[in-house]
Design a protein around this ligand. Structure first.
Ligand SMILES: [Fe+2]
Length: 307
């Protein structure tokens, strides 16, 4: 695979200071120039000022420069102009307005975290001790950026840009509504969803295990019940445990663990998911505001008046 990781996302928000404070609470570490770092992935989130909340840019890492010439050719066949340097290539996906920058960068070598010991029927993995999930006291600090989800007014154009143009692969589809795309061994790094207006739905951040998903969300909700959106549950697509929260600009942020990894493309068969399976395997029912965020009408009005 020539693409190997989603390096970073840049989000634009009208309320930068408030949103930066939220992601600091979320466990990302503030850095210079609006950046935030994760434990394993370095600079992975940048927050910049924008009139309305939106996904501004994605950075995607490739192995070598030879790929960039081929990608420029692919984008050219789609009628998309690209800017090229010696080590990067950048183009704007027209339906979402998202700039995607593909650049040569080293692979992410995550140090393996020892498996959490869980007792089960006939299997005592943890003797004479309480579970680590109840003993942990430190702040939950995401290991890396997992994925971004964008609403798009032209699903076909957006998926074609990322698949045929940039080289993403399809992991699963939501019938008539969306495509889970990957640029790494993670089940998805980008989900494009058909929507009445293009917008950033959520970003997702990897934590160690299901207890960290729960602990992270519980800490975010202490004193801030308005941050809760949906969780805890387990998705069907990607299999990951999830809990969604909302930042002060209206973007959702997700803690996740235990996502499917596709190491051998030949061994994975994409499914076309229908009904509830497109959303989740188990958990509380998703609130209507998960699929149609409350500010969608305002975003539509804003995009129309800007057009
Ligand atoms: Fe997600």
């Amino acid at each position: 695979m020539t693409l190997h990781r989603l390096t970073s996302v840049t989000m634009g928000v009208p309320n930068v200071a408030e949103t930066r404070a939220y992601y600091t609470d979320f466990g990302l570490r503030p850095d210079a120039d609006g950046w935030f770092t994760t434990q394993d992935g370095g600079r992975q989130l940048r927050i910049v000022s924008a009139a309305a909340r939106r996904l501004v840019e994605l950075h995607i890492a490739a192995d070598d420069e030879d790929d960039l010439g081929r990608v420029a050719g692919n984008l050219g066949r789609l009628g998309v102009p690209a800017e090229r340097t010696a080590t990067s290539l950048s183009a704007v996906e027209v339906a979402t307005g998202v700039r995607a920058t593909r650049e040569v960068a080293p692979r992410l070598d995550q140090p393996p975290i020892p498996a959490t010991a869980y007792n089960g029927p006939g299997r005592i993995e943890r003797q004479d001790h309480r579970a680590p999930g109840i003993l942990r006291t430190g702040q939950v600090l995401p290991r890396k950026l997992g994925h971004a989800v964008v609403g798009t007014t032209d699903l076909a154009a957006t998926t074609s840009f990322f698949i045929e143009g940039l080289g993403f692969k399809v992991s699963d589809y939501i019938k008539d509504v969306g495509a889970f795309l990957r640029c790494s061994t993670d089940h998805h790094n980008l989900l494009a969803l058909a929507a009445p207006v293009s917008f950033l739905h959520h970003t997702s951040w990897q934590v160690d295990d299901v207890d960290e998903v729960g602990r992270g969300a519980a800490a975010m909700l202490a004193g801030h019940p308005e941050r809760h959106i949906w969780g805890m549950g387990r998705h069907h697509a990607g299999s990951n445990f999830f809990w969604y929260l909302k930042d002060p600009a209206g973007n959702f942020s997700e803690y996740y663990s235990d996502m499917d990894c596709i190491v051998d493309d030949q061994l994975w068969t994409p499914e076309v998911l229908e009904g509830a399976r497109g959303l989740f395997s188990w958990g509380p029912p998703p609130p209507p505001s998960f699929l149609a965020p409350e500010d969608l009408a305002a975003l539509m009005t804003g995009s129309h008046s800007a057009a």
